[in-house]
Design a protein around this ligand. Structure first.
Ligand code: ATP
Ligand code: MG
Length: 262
C-alpha cells in the first residue's frame, strides 16, 4: 500500500478576476517510510495540494488515497492517519509544552492515562523532555517549531504532511528541524512536505515532485532528476526541468477557461 496516492488532483478557485487553476491534474505516489517533497516557487500550488490531501478543502476534480483511504469517501479515516503542520499552526504562549500536548491529545478524545503516555512519548521523540514545564512564550523558534510538530504527532499518525516546515527559520534552527524530520522517518513515519528551498529539498527528500503553476512537471529522487536534465547543481536541475516542461520559471498560474468551484 502507498502512503499517499494522488490521482488527477485539481483545484480551481473562482475569484473576482476570474479563475485560478491552482492545482491542475496532479498525480503522484508517496511510498511508506519516505520523505517526499513538493518543490515549487511561490504560488505553485503546494499548499492547495496539501490542504486537499488533509481533507480541509475538496478537489474540483480528481481524488487521492492516504494509507488506503479515499479523501472524498473516508475523510475521517484520513484525518486519523495524518498530522498536518501548516505555516499557521499556532501555540498558546502561556501553556507549557506538557500542557500543550495534553490539550491537543484531549481533542483526540484520549483518557487521562493515555493522553499522558502519548504526551511523554511525543516529548521524547522531539527531544523536548527538558523543557516540559517551561512556558511556550520563552521557547526559541526551533523549540517552538518542534512543539508545533508535536501537536501533529500526538495521535501517532503514520503520515505527516508538513507545509514549509522550515520556512522563516534560520539555517541553524532549520537544521534541527530537518534532523527531527529524519528521526521521524527512522521511527517509521512517512513524510510529505512542501518547500521552495532547493537545497533543503535536495538534502532532505528521498523523492521530489517539482510543481509549477499547478502542474507536477517531474518526479524522482534528486539524483534521478539531475540525470534527466544533466544539471551540474540542483538549482540548475530545477530550472532546466521547468524549461524542459515548457514553463518559464516566472509568472502566475494560467487562467483556465472552464468552470470550477468557489
Ligand atoms: N482560497 C483561495 N482563493 C483563490 N485563490 C487561491 C486560494 N488559495 C490559493 N489560491 C491561489 O492558488 C495558487 C496556488 O496557491 P498555493 O497557496 O497553493 O501556492 P503555494 O505553492 O503554497 O505558494 P507559497 O510558496 O507562496 O506558499 C495561487 O495563485 C494562489 O493565489
Ligand atoms: Mg504555500
Amino acid at each position: 500500500m502507498k502512503a499517499v496516492s494522488a490521482r488527477g488532483l485539481t483545484k480551481v478557485f473562482r475569484g473576482r478576476r476570474g479563475q485560478v487553476r491552482a492545482v491542475d491534474g496532479v498525480s503522484f505516489t508517496v511510498e511508506q517510510g519516505e520523505i517526499f517533497g513538493l518543490l515549487g516557487p511561490n504560488g505553485a500550488g503546494k499548499t492547495t495540494t496539501l490542504r486537499m490531501l488533509a481533507t480541509l478543502i475538496s478537489p474540483t476534480e480528481g481524488t487521492a488515497e492516504v494509507m488506503g483511504y479515499d479523501i472524498l469517501s473516508a475523510p475521517q479515516k484520513v484525518r486519523a492517519r495524518i498530522g498536518f503542520l501548516t505555516t499557521e499552526t499556532g501555540l498558546y504562549e502561556r501553556l507549557t509544552p506538557w500542557e500543550t500536548l495534553l490539550f491537543f491529545g484531549r481533542i483526540f478524545g484520549y483518557g487521562p492515562g493515555e493522553v499522558e503516555a502519548r504526551a511523554e512519548a511525543t516529548l521524547r521523540v522531539l527531544g523536548l523532555e527538558g523543557l516540559k514545564h517551561r512556558r511556550v512564550g520563552t521557547l526559541s523558534a526551533g523549540e517552538r517549531q518542534k512543539l508545533s510538530l508535536g501537536r501533529c504527532l500526538i495521535h501517532d499518525p503514520p503520515v505527516l504532511i508538513l507545509d514549509e516546515p522550515t520556512a522563516s527559520l534560520d539555517v541553524f534552527v532549520a537544521r534541527t528541524v530537518t534532523e527531527l524530520i529524519r528521526r521521524l522517518r527512522a521511527e517509521g513515519h512517512t513524510i510529505l512536505l512542501s518547500t521552495h528551498d532547493l537545497h533543503l529539498a535536495e538534502r532532505l527528500c528521498d523523492r521530489l515532485g517539482i510543481i509549477h503553476r499547478g502542474r507536477l512537471v517531474a518526479v524522482g529522487s534528486p539524483e534521478e532528476l539531475g540525470e534527466e536534465v544533466g544539471g551540474v547543481d540542483f538549482e540548475e536541475v530545477f530550472f532546466r526541468t521547468l524549461r524542459r516542461a515548457g514553463l518559464s520559471p516566472m509568472g502566475a498560474n494560467p487562467v483556465p477557461g472552464r468552470a470550477g468551484e468557489a
